[in-house]
Design a protein around this ligand. Structure first.
Ligand SMILES: CC(C)(COP(=O)(O)OP(=O)(O)OC[C@H]1O[C@@H](n2cnc3c(N)ncnc32)[C@H](O)[C@@H]1OP(=O)(O)O)[C@@H](O)C(=O)NCCC(=O)NCCS
Length: 227
């Protein structure tokens, strides 16, 4: 237990440059308090002491502004920065070394039963205000942008942003860039049309010359004309 608490404290130092001393972290980091309260609540939850588990969870919510359902399964070194407004649903699973900012919801859509909350991989960052809704997986090492609304699976090593969120980066490479070279250019289009027409006309002239040469017994039309 103490090893887990120590690694929880270390996670704060790893993620928050503003953290100064262990004393300060233990006393003032509400995200840390919420995680510790959750570990106790979850202990009761898995032993089917649901009411005690809920009371601890709600007391923690009152004190920290972070609501973690006691049924949620949380890995090692989760860090909830700033805390306030975070909601984590009952069937949510969170891997190791995950970073959540204020205002994150790991919830359900209201359309699923049973497993209805997301599974978050290892080393995932979920930025402030993001909503991750549904029973899909967010792959390892992915980042979810601030205020994104994520409604479907996120592949590993991806960055997703927007409402509804789409992948904009995978394995460090940007996707969906605006293709400036593919923007329509009316002048280039006009020149291409002219070029095509010139080629067609050249072809027609060649055909006409061939026909006239055949009619003139193999003599080039302009040659017969010049004679
Ligand atoms: C998503 C995030 C983690 C950055 O991840 P990243 O993999 O480094 O991605 P990039 O910064 O390269 O951004 C990729 C693209 O998404 C865009 N983008 C990034 N975050 C976005 C967001 N929240 N909403 C919309 N678009 C966003 C970028 O402008 C960029 O677009 P471009 O490729 O057209 O230039 C970061 O932008 C973010 O949202 N951080 C918020 C952290 C936070 O909550 N802080 C609160 C502290 S209190």
């Amino acid at each position: 237990m103490f090893r887990t608490m120590k690694s929880d404290i270390q996670a704060v130092f790893d993620n928050d440059p503003a953290a100064r001393s262990v004393f300060e972290v233990v006393l003032t980091y509400s995200g840390l308090h919420a995680i510790w309260a959750h570990r106790v609540a979850h202990w009761f939850y898995v032993r089917r002491w649901f009411m005690i588990a809920r009371i601890i969870s709600q007391f923690s919510r009152f004190m920290t502004g972070v609501e973690i359902h006691p049924g949620a399964r949380i890995g090692q070194r989760l860090f909830i920065d700033h805390g306030m407004g975070v909601v984590i649903g009952e069937t949510c699973e969170i891997g190791d070394d995950v970073l959540l900012f204020q205002g994150v919801t790991l919830g359900g859509t209201g359309k699923e039963s049973g497993k209805r909350h997301p599974t978050i991989g290892n080393h995932v960052v979920i930025s402030s205000g993001a909503k991750v809704l549904g029973s899909f997986t967010v792959g390892d090492n992915s980042k979810i942008g601030a205020n994104a609304i994520v409604l479907s699976e996120v592949p590993p090593n991806s960055t997703v942003v927007g409402l509804k969120a789409r992948v904009v980066k995978r394995d460090g490479v940007s996707l969906n860039k605006l293709d400036h070279d593919k923007l329509p250019d009316p002048l280039i289009d006009l020149f291409q049309q002219m070029e095509t027409r010139i080629q067609e006309l050249k072809h027609e002239v060649e055909q006409l010359k061939t026909e006239m040469r055949n009619q003139n017994g193999g003599v080039q039309p302009y040659e017969s004309k010049s004679v």
